[in-house]
Design a protein. Sequence first.
Length: 180
Amino acid sequence: MSRKGKFPIAVPKGVEIRMEGDEVHVKGPRGSLHHKVHPGISVVKEDDQLCVILDEKHADQGNFHGLYRAIINNMVVGVSQGFEKKLEMIGVGYRAQVQGNLLDLQVGFSHPTKLPIPQGISVKVEKNTLIILEGTDKQMVGQFAANIRSKRPPEPYQGKGIRYQNEFVRRKAGKAAAKK
């Protein structure tokens, strides 16, 4: 049995949760999410808390217990508060802008890089170099941030590239001159 899976999930005011078969539906002020639950996992609502319970018959699949507790907790937090990721662009001429449903990145290539913005994520660009992603689904926000970062990851010699805000990039020393 998972240690994380044992903790109950606090349900804030304004968030409603319902089970339909093997799916959990969470609805709140920022939107609604749903997720299919493994057959050995059951979700029980008690007052203003949710308990994720692993069935005795499926005790060998305890690794799903903590996983589904974390997923459901992220759904509750997402529909009540939302998730946010910030990316910084460092480099001469690097800039970004939102054009309708596309994120246009100028990151030193001879052509612009245009990424379609997924449904459910809002993108804002501040000062042309700070990209702010917001959404209710933690996995979707994180995956889109990783896709943006993968277009020009930070390089260790000059530090140029796209990085998460407050991400530490270990710098390397350049090539030393040969001594004779």
